[in-house]
Design a protein around this ligand. Sequence first.
Ligand SMILES: Nc1ncnc2c1ncn2[C@@H]1O[C@H](COP(=O)(O)OP(=O)(O)OP(=O)(O)O)[C@@H](O)[C@H]1O
Ligand SMILES: [Mg+2]
Length: 452
Amino acid sequence: MGARAWEIPGCPRRAGTVAGSERRRGSGPSRGRVPRRIIAGTEDTVATVKTEKLYKVFGRNPEKVVAALEGGAARSEIDTGGATAAVVDANLDIREGETFVVMGLSGSGKSTLLRMLNGLLPATSGRVLVGGEDLTAMSDHEARHLRRRTMSMVFQHFALFPHRTVLDNAAYGLQIQGVDKADRRRKAARALELTGLAGWEDHMPGQLSGGMQQRVGLARALAAETDILLMDEAFSALDPLIRRDMQDQLTELQKTLNKTIIFITHDLDEAMRIGDRIAIMRDGRIEQVGTAREILDSPANAYVQEFTQDVDRTRVLTAENVMDRQAVTVTAAALDAKWDEIAAAPGHRTVFVVDESGRPVGVIGADSAHGAVVGGRAPTVDRDVVEVPESASLRSLFRSSAASDHPLAVVDDAGRLSGTISQDRLLGAAGDAAAAPQDPAKDIVEASGAAS
Ligand SMILES: Nc1ncnc2c1ncn2[C@@H]1O[C@H](COP(=O)(O)OP(=O)(O)OP(=O)(O)O)[C@@H](O)[C@H]1O
Ligand SMILES: [Mg+2]
């Protein structure tokens, strides 16, 4: 091909607009860490929670029932014998700093599980390890001691004292721990500030809305400064909008607090919104543990699949989840030299022009690329690349996609092109996981060779 003017006049480093400015969901190691706090007086343990073959059976002959369950009996068979198997063979490994959601229908055993995690309910069999210490082997006194130092609880119905001020309510946990008055008021005031209730210290709970009362409940738990926060249906009594707001606040708070949060809910959308990982329970058993994405795309069984089929995928899935990793790219400098190679490739696709670092600076539309190949014309480089971060939810991409003539450019934290999303791909992914093929193994096809 002859010489062409491959000009990208005055190309800015970042072209187009950045859509979907949603924050990156903190997950595990990528989060900013606060210093590890030490629990229970031991130097090297941190507050993670682990369960091993944990069972809780209510009613007659619980040990026998566990043996039957271990032998493969179904819960329905057990129930007829006057016993209820509330938790069956729970094996969980909850990581430090994660928001771990236990999700299941009413009666699936969530609260029973939680009450064994904090030692309020003795296990029928199996172990609960908190920061490596075997809670199930402790005396009541030891268990209480461990609980106080490591765990705080937020309840569904706020559990506020109507005749105490907001501040005194927030300080209550510290009061029963014997913390002196000045100290507990200081800590409670700080916790109220964290939950957005500064200025309300002297009010009575009755003067507060439901959402605010639950924030007092949360402040009470935070004031105790424990590593682990247990929340049983903590937002379930709130109106939908306030509930959504509380979910956002908790996620926001968690970015700096970095607690280990064990959150119980029967609401799948809530689970997917706030959970780093989710455990799905049914009839006392944990059917699957995974990220929202893992559960949506690889349900462990028919139950989980059916359970999750109505989830709003556009809220849960991110650009990174659905992008095409096989974008054709070429560096601006190599464009001329590489064009024959690009043109010879089968199919005429959009070509992204990137700078030396791999950041998108322009795009050659599929039509233009086709015209250039067939008609020998110079392809037009359009500078209007619309960039979106990998963490953007699908929901946030629709407007950008509709407004752009080209696929969206998905960029990583350093602004480098990591994949692309065409309108078809976006619509397919929003409707059905199967329409969004995932092939993380395949890297971007580097038409630019060594140039980047
Ligand atoms: N103290 C108890 N004595 C007997 N059975 C119990 C007891 N506590 C719970 N159960 C039974 O254990 C099963 C699990 O109850 P659990 O309260 O853990 O469920 P859950 O998932 O928290 O439900 P919900 O969403 O309604 O709070 C249920 O069948 C329940 O009736
Ligand atoms: Mg419950």
